[in-house]
Ligand binder design. Structure first.
Ligand SMILES: [Zn+2]
Length: 99
């Protein structure tokens, strides 16, 4: 993730018309201006998209946040059940921290 605070990214996304949405894997909100494949040290790229089994979109793909991209979680297919579990586990653990 970038070193800028998240609210700066959110403002930038809204000001320039980029999407601002939660990552389907971790629930962290990110902007369309941050959505890109990330180059690995070997020159290849981590994919910033996933495919969702059973769902057809215009590109049959869904964007994920830069953090999940760099973690190598893109470029594969997830079932809706797997996405739900990942999302709820990630979001739930954040709420646990707040308690
Ligand atoms: Zn994510």
């Amino acid at each position: 993730m970038s070193l800028l605070p998240r609210w700066v990214h959110r403002s930038w996304a809204f000001a320039l018309g980029y999407f601002w949405m939660p990552c389907p894997l971790c629930g962290e909100s990110f902007g369309g201006h941050e959505w890109r494949n990330v180059r690995k040290p070997d020159g290849r790229y981590w994919s910033s998209s996933i495919r969702v089994r059973g769902r057809v979109t215009y590109a049959n793909g869904q964007g994920i946040c830069p953090g999940c991209t760099v973690a190598g979680l893109g470029g594969r297919e997830y079932s809706l059940a797997e996405l739900d579990k990942r999302y709820m586990d990630a979001v739930g653990s954040r709420y646990d921290l707040i308690k």
